[in-house]
Design a protein around this ligand. Structure first.
Ligand code: R5P
Length: 504
């Protein structure tokens, strides 16, 4: 499965998901793919092989020789929701809906380049509101000489019955925002910078022989509003503690160089799980992390899906902003689940509130009831116990929601319980895909159809090994919009309510 995080930037701007091993959900897209596969005899089918079927659904375009354009051969009505009113024989470049035309041209180029079908998903936005989820299939067709030169397509559109309220337009290109991205957060930083239409500010990161590092900004920061993006997950050869220390030193350097305000953005905040005393003389690590960041001069901290929002907010005396990925997950699953009966399950009681808010959001988007369930879980000395499961999920597709997946044990046991209680399909959704230890093995052995995470944690080998069942949703629009609002363009509470701007 090709996921958004692995997709070239120009496609990322157009689609929320792109998959070269398509498994369509929609009736039209599924039918078109089955027909394409049945007509393929070692090589891509020709237009003649599929045309009879296309009269009922779908559409076909032919590449215009020597022009970066495509001409519609059949199915003008079927493709009108994307292009506006078009007729057969018209070119994409003539379509009334320019964005739809660009989407199709870019997708067709990719499909002909790769020679395989692709499935994309995106949200149709009208007047600032999310109106519908679109699933679009495109598959290459051969011309008479055998060369690939035409594309078969089909689309399924799911109108949202309860669209999200309109949002303020984000001011673009405010270069008084100084955005830095440290270490493995570079890729996410580039996406955030692109969303904000500002360049990523340059900095130097030098590693000395003994492992110590030096970081400094390579632009003047005096009087500036600086944002430092650094996700603090541990990875091979680079622990969360190392990353935290580098973030602290970099904030110190910005302060010493005269930055007016420094916001630390740690989409994944390390040490957030030890947020209270559960045993005598336990540490409260979240508070110590807060004290370190405050001491060095951070003015604000932003994270995504804090492990425990109350503990996070209480730990910091500076302004703390806990973003959440719920709107992103809800959009994804509203489309993914279609008309299936659905349920949301929390894999432990501590996450029940998070799961309930997500369930309510999904229910609003689907405009029908979504059931709920939760699982008992106790962890002591590394051992997990608790077998009680509550909730009526029989005959439903279940989304198990958690803030993070580490060893995968929590999710795997919840998935097994869901299957034992009659769930038809089981999806995992977790903001932070840490995938430590033997997470792939643990998850592979569990009855899970798909694992959906965000890119708060940089891709690792584990992500690669989970390929096929892993979907990665980008948080850049969410983080970018938070920065824009913190920089003066509006309310953070409203952002949490509505989620970031949908498809561009
Ligand atoms: C625990 O409170 C967290 O919300 C997660 O459920 C937990 O950290 C997941 O860990 P693992 O994947 O190792 O079971």
């Amino acid at each position: 499965m090709t996921t958004l995080a692995e997709t070239p930037p120009f496609l990322k701007r157009l689609f929320e998901r792109l998959d070269f091993a398509p498994q369509p959900i929609g009736a039209q897209t599924r039918h078109a793919l089955e027909h394409w596969l049945a007509s393929r005899r070692g090589v891509a089918p020709t237009f003649a092989d599929v045309v009879a079927d296309l009269r009922n659904c779908g559409f076909a375009f032919r590449a215009v020789p020597d022009a970066r354009d495509y001409e519609i051969v059949i199915g003008a009505k079927a493709v009108a929701p994307l292009l506006g009113a078009v007729t057969e024989g018209a070119r994409l470049s003539e379509a009334p809906d320019r964005r739809g035309a660009v989407r199709l041209r870019r997708l067709f180029d990719e499909v002909l380049r790769i020679g395989e079908p692709a499935l994309v998903e995106f949200t149709l936005v009208e007047k600032g509101r999310d109106r519908a989820g679109v699933e679009l299939l495109a598959a290459p067709l051969a011309l008479a000489d055998g060369a690939l030169g035409a594309v078969l397509g089909a689309l399924d559109i799911r109108r949202y019955e309860a669209p999200a309220p309109a949002r303020e337009a984000r001011p673009q290109g405010d270069e008084s925002i100084l955005l830095f991205a440290l270490g493995s957060s570079l890729a996410l930083g580039e996406s955030v910078a692109r969303e904000l239409a500002v360049p990523l500010a340059p900095h130097e990161e030098r590693r000395f022989e003994d492992g110590e590092r030096k970081l400094r900004p390579l632009v003047g920061v005096r009087g500036k509003d600086a944002y430092v993006l650094a996700s603090l997950e541990g990875e091979a050869g680079d622990s969360g503690a190392d990353k935290l220390l580098r973030l602290v030193f970099f904030i110190g350097a910005l302060r010493d160089a005269g930055a007016a305000r420094v916001t630390a953005i740690a989409p994944y905040l390390c040490y957030a799980r030890k947020d209270r005393r559960t045993k005598p003389q336990d540490p409260v690590a979240t508070r110590y992390v807060a004290q370190i960041l405050e001491a060095v001069g951070a003015d604000r901290i932003v994270t995504v899906d804090a492990h425990n929002i109350a503990a996070f907010e209480n730990a910091f005396r500076i302004e703390s902003v806990a973003l959440d990925a719920q709107a992103l997950f809800a959009r994804y699953f509203a489309q993914r689940l279609g008309a299936e009966p659905a349920a949301v399950v929390s894999p432990d009681l501590g996450g029940e509130k998070r799961a309930e808010l997500f369930r309510q959001r999904l229910e609003t988007m689907l405009a029908r009831p979504v059931a709920k369930g939760f699982m008992d879980k106790h962890r002591s000395m590394g051992e997990v116990t608790g077998e009680i499961f509550a909730g009526d999920i029989a005959g439903r597709a279940v989304v198990i929601l958690d803030d993070l997946i580490s060893s995968g044990g929590t999710m795997a046991r919840a998935a097994r319980a869901c299957r034992a209680h009659g769930a038809t399909r089981i999806f995992l959704a977790a903001t932070h895909g840490l995938f430590t230890r033997d997470a792939e093995t643990t998850l592979r052995e569990a009855p899970i159809e798909e694992i959906v995470v965000t890119d708060t944690v940089a891709p690792s080998d584990a992500h690669e090994r989970l390929r096929g069942r892993l979907v990665i949703i980008g948080v850049a629009p969410l983080v970018a919009e938070a920065i824009a609002r913190l920089h003066g363009a509006g309310s953070i509470d409203e952002l949490l309510e509505t989620g970031p701007k949908g498809a561009p």
